[in-house]
Design a protein around this ligand. Sequence first.
Ligand SMILES: Cc1cc2nc3c(=O)[nH]c(=O)nc-3n(C[C@H](O)[C@H](O)[C@H](O)COP(=O)(O)OP(=O)(O)OC[C@H]3O[C@@H](n4cnc5c(N)ncnc54)[C@H](O)[C@@H]3O)c2cc1C
Length: 435
Amino acid sequence: MRVLIVGAGIGGLTAALSLHEAGFEVLVAEAAARLRPLGVGINLLPHAVRELTELGLGEELADLGVPTAEMVHFDRFGGRIWGEPRGLALGYSWPQYSIHRGELQMALLEAVLARLGEKSVRTGTVFEGFEQDGTRVRARLLDRASGTVETVPADVLVGADGLHSAVRAQLYPDEPAPLWNGIRMWRGLTEGEPFLTGRTMAVAGTNTAAKVVVYPISGRAERDGRALLNWVAEVNMVRAGHSGGPSPNGEAAGGRPGGTADWNRTGRLDDVLPHFAGWTFGWLDVPALLRGTAQILEYPMVDRDPLGRWTFGRVTLLGDAAHPMYPIGSNGGSQAVLDARVLAHELASAADPAAGLLGYERERREAANAVVLACRDMPADRVLHMVSERAPQGFSCIEDVLTPEELTAINGAYQRTSFSDVEALNTRPSYTVTS
Ligand SMILES: Cc1cc2nc3c(=O)[nH]c(=O)nc-3n(C[C@H](O)[C@H](O)[C@H](O)COP(=O)(O)OP(=O)(O)OC[C@H]3O[C@@H](n4cnc5c(N)ncnc54)[C@H](O)[C@@H]3O)c2cc1C
């Protein structure tokens, strides 16, 4: 059986490895002329690390990434509100890794080329559309270099082509552009000194105004006694007085954006720095962190409404193409990895491809849609907002500001948005299928 995957992102490449391991022939069509290590940091939660480890990539992850030790919330003055261990320290059998998105993608690509062959990934190849009958799918692929369009037959077509998925657009031609919640995110990488445990993910402020998330992402820098710090600075443009006006990406705040959300868009220091003036804590100087970045990226916090159906005959969606979500709680890449593994498992166990795709959708759609909605709800942020309202000038003792129940609610919020039950993850059977 031949599977055509559209998109060589984290989801598409993990699917290629998993399907190949299960004995399928795989071709990946990728629009980019050349794959480069783009993006900044992401987090792989233990459930995704388990899957990549079972694909034989555990050593690469340990080499590239930093096993996140704890996540700690602070107010905008650096006062500690709440913290919790992460990964192995929570009892999972696999760590959580903070890792460079592009380096992870390159590690996956290298594994795909080594295991499936050099011709398994066709770059510079844009998916344009498909037709299907009961037995085959035929995809139109444009070769960007020559301008020619080839019709490629396959038994199954997987749209792993991200937020602006062309496969999804054919399945849902009337779907509007991604939805923007009014928050703009600036992202960057800065070399610096390790802070707190050296493996801490620090979150300061709230999404109702401004918030910064900082964590180290490079195993290499850590081995040199340094830290490559990934930062995401989020500003609520509605609260910041930009309500009604378009963002630089052309979206109307809180509405349906007209412009394009582009992960590679360059941002300006002058646009973000003023929102974090004075955010200098004993252990971290946020303005210095932002100023120390060579290239700042800017992106609107967008998602799409959950879909009631991913699979149409022999065509299905995976990763951001199926369930784009706010980058909150480390879910985007991790959910794509889970999709990929379940897809291969279900296709290998089913009597025919269409049944396999339906099995995959049954296992994954509701679960992933629930994460999309949980990310929108931002439950932890509600409690953090309470802190900013009750103690606008900071606090010396968090117990004076929040009751024990309110503090526990932050923990519960992460359980709902991101985490698998420890025992369930540690003991459930593997998705690995070998041919
Ligand atoms: C360049 C880039 C940088 C990113 N940077 C960050 C980041 O810094 N932080 C973060 O949290 N998330 C980032 N993301 C998103 C993150 O990678 C995803 O949310 C998550 O990993 C799920 O991945 P995915 O494979 O489903 O989609 P994606 O990672 O978006 O991959 C989709 C792939 O499909 C390809 N594609 C799109 N349309 C077509 C087409 N018509 N034909 C063929 N191929 C097509 C794209 O070029 C891309 O390689 C980035 C995504 C990209 C593409």
